[in-house]
Design a binder for this molecule. Structure first.
Ligand SMILES: [Zn+2]
Length: 375
């Protein structure tokens, strides 16, 4: 079955929907935990199932580098390789054009990376990127694009966006799958007219979904939100809208409010390993000495495995002694928090009470408690 999106309800601009794939459905707004190398750090696929993660994100470039496509093909694709039965989305490698800028060169044909691991030369073209994601057998593939840095001059943003759009067309022409969908990625930096031009070109190519790329690359939350606000109003209503690489819980609420359906970010998993935990009462910095002898759970209102069984004192101890279990328990809690947030968002949209839910959350959370995230 190919990808199918149903818009079920709207509350102002916020949308409730469902994406059906051949590996199961995804309720939207959705958050996708990040499993770059085919593993969400510290969590087994069973733990992810217990958390009711409906989809995870993995990465074409990194999987191509290690273990390589031949090994994944021997397992009939990424689902078999990592033993995960639910939907998978793979990013195309466009983000690595940005994050590995010192190790790559771009031409009309594609991107050549010099692997930081072993110096091997790795070439990714729109055509090979589509072939790889098709061989992975993922449910949602992403077009190859050039993710630009922030800030960038308008002339450079335009040239890059036009290249990304020519690549998008080549991706569309070469992606042939009966069972999965391809999303186009909008670029254009912080320039509204370039974003609009990019989106119009993508819509003409008719993708199964549309993503906003090139954000969460160093701009402020306010600048990010301005672009999301501008483009989301112009994005097709009948297709899923995916904001790549975002964000904090507050970013997610703000962007759902603008009509975004899908998110991914390393924040909950990376922060968990560093002892930064999201709770219903605000953020907890586990390494703070006041947690050393606290027999309270991390979050008295949380039903996750960690909060149901362990005290802050025990989690503090595991972190202090660098026990791997500490990272696992922290990650279970943060991923539960994110997925439970999405569930509460969906429930509030269904009941036409989303704005009240946002206001309640804003009163409790403080984004500024968190250090800047580098992917
Ligand atoms: Zn918890």
């Amino acid at each position: 079955m190919a990808l199918e999106f149903k818009l079920l309800a709207e509350d102002d601009l916020a949308r409730l929907g469902k994406i059906n794939t051949s590996h199961g459905c995804i309720d939207t707004p959705a958050f996708m935990p990040v499993g770059t190398y085919g593993a969400v750090k510290t969590l087994s696929p069973k733990a992810l199932m217990d958390l009711d993660a409906q989809i995870i994100l993995s990465n074409t470039y990194h999987l191509m580098e290690r273990p390589g496509i031949e090994i994944i093909k021997k397992h009939d694709g990424l689902h078999g390789f990592m033993s995960w039965e639910r939907p998978i989305l793979t990013d195309s490698g466009g983000y690595q054009v940005f994050s590995l800028a010192k190790n790559r060169s771009i031409s009309e044909e594609g991107v050549t990376f010099n692997s930081p691991l072993n110096g091997d030369s790795i070439f990714l073209s729109p055509e090979s990127c589509m072939q790889l994601q098709s061989d992975f057998g993922v449910d949602i593939a992403m077009a190859l694009d050039e993710c630009t840095p922030f800030p960038i001059k308008k002339t450079e943003a335009k040239e890059s966006m036009l290249l990304s759009m020519r690549w998008a067309q080549r991706c569309r022409d070469n992606f042939k799958s009966e069972t999965s969908g391809l999303f186009g990625i909008m670029q254009g930096g912080m320039f509204e007219d370039l974003r609009e031009e990019s989106l119009e070109k993508l819509i003409e190519m008719e993708f199964e979904g549309y993503a906003i790329g090139g954000l969460s690359v160093g701009e402020s939350s306010e600048e990010m939100l301005e672009i999301v606000n501008f483009v989301s109003l112009k994005m097709p209503k009948k297709s899923p809208r995916y904001l790549m690489g975002v964000g904090t819980p507050l970013d997610i609420l703000n962007c759902v409010q603008k009509g975004i359906d899908m998110f991914d970010c390393v924040i909950p998993t990376r922060h968990a390993r560093n002892g930064y935990l999201y709770t219903s009462e605000g953020t907890v910095k586990l390494r703070n000495s006041k947690n050393r002898d606290s027999t309270d759970p991390l979050d008295p209102n949380c039903c996750c495995y960690t909060c149901s069984n362990f005290s802050k004192s025990y989690l503090f101890h595991l972190d202090k002694t660098r026990e791997v279990l500490g990272s696992t328990l922290n990650t279970i809690h943060n991923v539960y928090f994110y997925l439970n947030l999405m569930k509460q968002i969906r429930d509030s949209i269904k009941q036409n009470k989303f704005k009240a839910f946002v206001d309640k959350c804003r009163d409790t959370w403080d984004n500024s408690n968190y250090p800047h995230i580098e992917k």
